[in-house]
Design a binder for this molecule. Structure first.
Ligand SMILES: NC(=O)c1ccc[n+]([C@@H]2O[C@H](COP(=O)([O-])OP(=O)(O)OC[C@H]3O[C@@H](n4cnc5c(N)ncnc54)[C@H](O)[C@@H]3O)[C@@H](O)[C@H]2O)c1
Length: 302
């Protein structure tokens, strides 16, 4: 299938293009900044409708990733978020509808839950299942909630199916931050790519009209773990992965920030047949094997 990837020069796009090609698709990469690639490339600005139209030539499926995100909140204005993320998504959908594409994967975020992430009590933890109310708490999350709503709208109006993937954090980070953040809604880029591939396949197979899924590293936590996740996460982690506390202490992690939320993976597993694979347990094994590795600061999170 000919698959357009917007924002293709970013972390997701660069990892996704070879996976699409490997699976027999024909990736068409769209970005405002040109970069070296063996695949078809269209240079353009997602904010300019004619650029997006040009990129949509003979496209069958779209993976829409062009956006600014969480890390850009500190140095971009709300107006910039609106123009790139919302006008960009609108342009993508308009051009996709005109071109008669067969499906779209929307890059959403764990941030869409917003105020639903607040625990109800000091000793509670929130299991952020997909059907919780979306209550965006910043402009970035607002653009993604509105983007998801656009997906549903274009689905109703034009009969184009779509899947929103609510990724956790996958901005490249040093080894320690990468590992610890897997407990706080982080996810490996390979799993983000895996989830997109599973979503594209579900759309190719015509298995869904609309769906939205969490895509975070799986954790074994339950709501009953609330009191310990909030008061002494290291102790609870040691219960699930015996010896983890000692190992972390030895490598300079003296304390962890309370864990207030986790992301169940049941929905994506049941409906797309995909479950993120990279997890904290594997990272612990990797840490064990790297005897020189030490945390760059005593409390690595947040
Ligand atoms: N990285 C994360 O931790 C994370 C977490 C949740 C959701 N997401 C979402 O996943 C998607 C991909 O994220 P990423 O980390 O690969 O992003 P990224 O910042 O690495 O890449 C974004 C790409 O978009 C391109 N771009 C910027 N402005 C553009 C414009 N006007 N027109 C066309 N292209 C433009 C950039 O050149 C860049 O190549 C985004 O939609 C993001 O909101 C990312």
């Amino acid at each position: 299938m000919r698959v357009l990837v917007t924002g293709a020069g970013g972390t997701l796009g660069r990892a996704l293009a070879p996976a699409l090609a490997e699976a027999g698709h024909e990736p068409v990469l769209f970005d405002v900044k040109p970069f070296d690639t063996p695949h078809a490339f269209v240079e353009g600005d997602i904010r300019a409708r004619q650029d997006v139209r040009r990129a949509m030539d003979r496209i069958e499926f779209v993976v829409h990733g062009a956006a600014i995100h969480g890390i850009h909140l500190r140095d971009h204005t709300a107006q910039q978020f609106y123009e790139l993320n919302l006008t960009g998504t609108f342009n993508t959908w308009e051009a996709a509808a005109e071109a008669g594409v067969r499906g779209l994967v929307f890059s959403s975020t764990m941030g869409v839950y917003g105020d639903s992430r607040r625990p109800s009590a000091d000793d509670a933890v929130v299991a952020l299942r997909e059907d919780l109310p979306l209550q965006p708490a910043d402009i970035y999350a607002l653009t993604k909630v509105a983007g998801e709503e656009m997906c549903r709208y274009y689905g109703r109006q034009h009969g184009i199916p779509s899947i929103a993937l609510r990724y956790g954090m996958f901005v490249p980070e040093p080894f320690f931050r990468y590992g610890i953040r897997l407990l706080y809604g982080g996810v490996d880029t390979d799993d983000v790519v895996g989830s997109v591939m599973a979503a594209v396949q579900a759309l190719v197979d015509g298995r869904t009209a609309w769906d939205a899924f969490n895509v975070e590293s799986p954790v074994p936590f339950t709501e009953e773990d609330g009191p310990q996740l909030r008061s002494d996460p290291l102790a609870l982690i040691d219960k699930y992965w015996p010896g983890a506390r000692e190992l972390l202490l030895e490598r300079g992690v003296e304390r962890l920030t309370p864990i207030q939320e986790f992301y169940p993976m049941a929905a994506i597993e049941q409906r797309l047949g995909y479950r993120p694979r990279c997890n904290f347990e594997q990272w612990l094994e990797e840490l064990r094997s790297r005897s020189e590795e030490r945390s760059e600061k005593p409390v690595p999170w947040p």
